[in-house]
Design a binder for this molecule. Structure first.
Ligand code: PMP
Length: 430
């Protein structure tokens, strides 16, 4: 596959943009080779500047559930753009999208009010500020290998690109910013309880990816989320479900619906924006009433709730409300999971598949992955070989062992067949 134009753009970009990328996860450092540069996307496919077509299993890191350039989303954006992209004042789209979110999430999620922001990073950062403002406490408990955006306080044993690049933390983060961040292994309730006991009365929030996606796909053990709910309540800490990745993906009502757990605050992003920068945080009215201008917890944004992004989000949530969307995603995901498991068995590859709904990771290790330490035991060289062979066959797989692949409604039977044939060949080459 010729990727000369991509290689040339990458070289030029490296002199202007650090690493040639605007987000480290896009770089191919962990897998080697040059990332393709894309000029167009349509449905399940991306087209690079050299004219190659790829079956996209990254889906803008989970932001797209309905494929690239879905006609309904494109029409909504185009119509909104003609009316102006940002007013710096309220527009009806904000109300419509807020209403759609509250209706989509189950009553069980307990979102009575929400505030729109522009990125998942802003949403999680603001949710923690609110939790701290509400409780008057400063401690935050997170899980190693989880990623909640790049705000200072979260950059401790973080997942996603931080894990991919093998960084323990980030330079430039003041010690004071992470002083109150406590990190324990995912799926380890005893460790959570031990920290809560030891830090008695100081913990503002437990923040969790209800299905971890940023160390690869790691499902919660059956007792994990209910256990967190109970421990948070017992210790007077708020439970924040970071559903930036899982919201509108694992079910219309996200992980809260899928697992039937009621967090105190929820953060949303990715699919919520239909491919434009939108995220949100929300929760009970008594909590959200603390946000400025009503209350003392400050949070703001020049472009927050802009009509263009609201239109894209609304079109996306309308698509999510169609009957059968999540059943279809589950069926497609199951077919891929079973096909990959069979290919692994047939080829004798040392790998395992972990999936929840339309999130899936092929870990190059044999034992189940329940936390970041397990994930890190994977053979990242074997993963890199798999990635390169998939790319050569026109399958765009996330360029890191510590990320999930994402599927959407544009992935049909032809895509399943192509993906499984490519994977079988990639795994078979050892
Ligand atoms: N939380 C989670 C669970 C995420 O997966 C991400 C991004 N992958 C974020 C927060 C940060 O979102 P953003 O990149 O929009 O800042």
């Amino acid at each position: 596959m010729n990727r000369n134009r991509s290689a040339s753009l990458q070289r030029r970009a490296e002199s202007l943009i650090p690493g040639g990328v605007d987000s480290p996860v896009r770089s191919f450092r962990a897998v080697g080779g040059n990332p393709p540069w894309f000029e167009r996307g349509s449905g399940a496919y991306l087209y690079d500047v050299d004219g190659n077509r790829y079956l996209d299993c990254i889906a803008s890191w989970g932001a797209l559930l309905f494929g690239h350039a879905h006609p309904a989303v494109t029409a909504a954006i185009t119509a909104a753009a003609a009316r102006g992209s940002s007013f710096g004042a309220s527009c009806p789209g904000e109300l419509e999208l807020a209403d759609a979110v509250v209706r989509a999430l189950p009553a069980a999620a307990g979102i009575e009010m929400l505030r729109f922001v522009n990125s998942g990073t802003e949403a999680t950062m603001s949710a923690v500020r609110l939790a701290r403002g509400f409780t008057g406490r400063e401690g935050v408990l997170k899980f190693s290998g989880a990623y909640h955006g790049h705000a200072d306080l979260f950059l401790v044993e973080a997942g996603s690109g931080v894990a991919t690049l093998g960084l323990a933390t980030s330079a430039g983060v003041p010690a004071g910013a992470v002083f109150n961040t406590h990190t324990v292994p995912y799926n380890d309730l005893a460790a959570v309880e031990a920290v809560l006991e030891q830090q008695r009365g100081t913990m503002a929030a437990i923040i969790v990816e209800p299905v971890a996606g940023n160390m690869g796909c790691v499902p919660p053990a059956p007792d994990f989320l209910p256990g967190l709910r109970a421990l948070a309540t017992r210790h007077g800490a708020l439970l924040i479900f970071d559903e930036v990745m899982t919201g509108f993906r694992l079910a219309r009502g996200g992980a809260s619906e899928r697992y039937g757990i009621r967090p105190d605050l929820v953060t949303l992003g990715k699919i919520l924006g239909g491919g434009l920068p939108v995220a949100a945080y929300g929760g009970r009215r008594d909590l959200m009433n603390l946000i400025a201008p009503l209350g003392p917890v400050y949070q703001a944004g020049t472009l927050s709730g802009n009509p263009l992004a609201m239109a894209a989000g609304l079109a996306s949530l309308e698509l999510a409300a169609a009957p059968g969307v999540y059943e279809g995603l589950e069926a497609w995901g199951l077919e891929i999971e079973q096909g990959l498991v069979q290919a692994i068995a047939d080829t004798g590859a040392s790998a395992r598949v972990q999936r929840v709904g339309s999130m899936l990771t092929v870990f190059f290790c044999a034992p189940p992955v329940a936390n970041f330490a397990d994930a890190r035991a994977s053979d990242t060289r074997a993963f890199a070989r798999f990635h390169a062979r998939m790319l050569e066959q026109g399958i765009l797989w996330p360029p890191s062992q510590f990320e999930a692949a994402f599927f959407g409604t544009a992935h049909g039977p032809a895509e399943a067949a192509a993906l499984l044939a490519a994977a079988r060949s990639a795994l078979g080459e050892g």
